[in-house]
Design a protein around this ligand. Structure first.
Ligand SMILES: NC(=O)c1ccc[n+]([C@@H]2O[C@H](COP(=O)([O-])OP(=O)(O)OC[C@H]3O[C@@H](n4cnc5c(N)ncnc54)[C@H](O)[C@@H]3O)[C@@H](O)[C@H]2O)c1
Length: 258
């Protein structure tokens, strides 16, 4: 690896599995020191242990963190500041898929989707900014979805929550620019990516027939892999993307071009 993130310190939410775990590893492989957080504490600890096993002790650490909790955010950020000596990258990755049309969903399910997918990044950005501006140049990467831009009849809460995250990204970016801080904020918008999240949509992300069926909806002819998304986050976390803020990076295999 080329140490594109040497000297960077990163906190990744939802890092017990799937994209968050892959992003934490990819950032660390490029030289960042990372905190893996998740409401699944054992999973976050396993992610950090795997990174340390590959890259050396003290590359990664972990803490239990429910992203809908203000108290947990403050504790996780204090932990990152203490263990990493500051924070220059925040990846708001934790998210849930809530299936259902506007008529199927009850208000509690809607609110839960908004809390995990959108409120989380509001709280996280709010409390992380004092740390990030002490470690400029800094970067916030928000894991939205192509579902922020392209709707589905049975994805009312997911569509709306990911679109809220997309637009929050732009507001945070403009706020930081207005303050004169070199703290950038961008969003990432993948199509289907092979992670356990797809289990809730199609049954099993390890079922190749089901993955092939999903792939037929993607112009490029395949679904995304964790490495596709992790590479984009490395770029946005790095100073290579210095001119990019308030932007959306679509990793949709051409889906939204149709
Ligand atoms: N996999 C896809 O097809 C896909 C496509 C587009 C966007 N995304 C987005 O990427 C992100 C990661 O998804 P994934 O595919 O890795 O999903 P995943 O279900 O495999 O992993 C999500 C992780 O988030 C954690 N999490 C959930 N709620 C939490 C909470 N309240 N507090 C802390 N942690 C919580 C879970 O414990 C889990 O470890 C999500 O925001 C998702 O919406 C995924």
């Amino acid at each position: 690896m080329t140490q594109r993130l040497a000297g960077k310190t990163a906190l990744i939410t939802g890092a017990a599995q799937g994209l968050g775990a892959g992003i934490a590893l990819a950032l660390a492989r490029e030289g960042a020191r990372v905190v893996a957080t998740d409401r699944n504490e054992a999973g976050a600890l396993a992610t950090a242990a795997g990174i340390d096993a590959e890259l050396g002790a003290d590359t990664a650490c972990a803490i239990r963190h429910d992203v809908t909790s203000e108290d947990d955010w403050q504790a996780a950020l204090a932990f990152a500041a203490d263990r990493l000596g500051g924070l220059s990258v925040l990846v708001n990755n934790a998210g849930i898929v809530t299936m259902g049309s506007v008529e199927d969903l009850d208000l509690a399910a809607w609110r839960q989707a908004m809390a995990v997918n959108a409120d989380s990044a509001f709280i996280g950005s709010k409390y992380a900014l004092p740390l990030l501006r002490e470690s400029q140049p800094a970067s916030i990467v928000n894991m939205s979805s192509i579902s922020a831009l392209v709707a589905g009849a049975n994805l009312a809460a997911y569509n709306a929550s990911k679109a809220a995250l997309w637009m929050l990204t732009k507001s945070v970016a403009l706020h930081c620019a207005k303050q004169g801080w070199n703290v950038r904020c961008n969003s990432v918008h993948p199509t289907f990516v092979r992670t356990p999240l797809l289990d809730g949509i199609v049954g099993s992300h390890e079922d190749e027939a089901k993955m092939a069926k999903l792939a037929r909806q993607v112009p490029i002819g395949r679904i995304g892999e964790v490495a596709d998304v992790a590479a984009a986050v490395v770029y946005l976390a790095s100073d290579e993307s210095a001119m990019m803020t308030g932007s959306e990076l679509k990793l949709d295999g051409g889906m939204s071009a149709m």
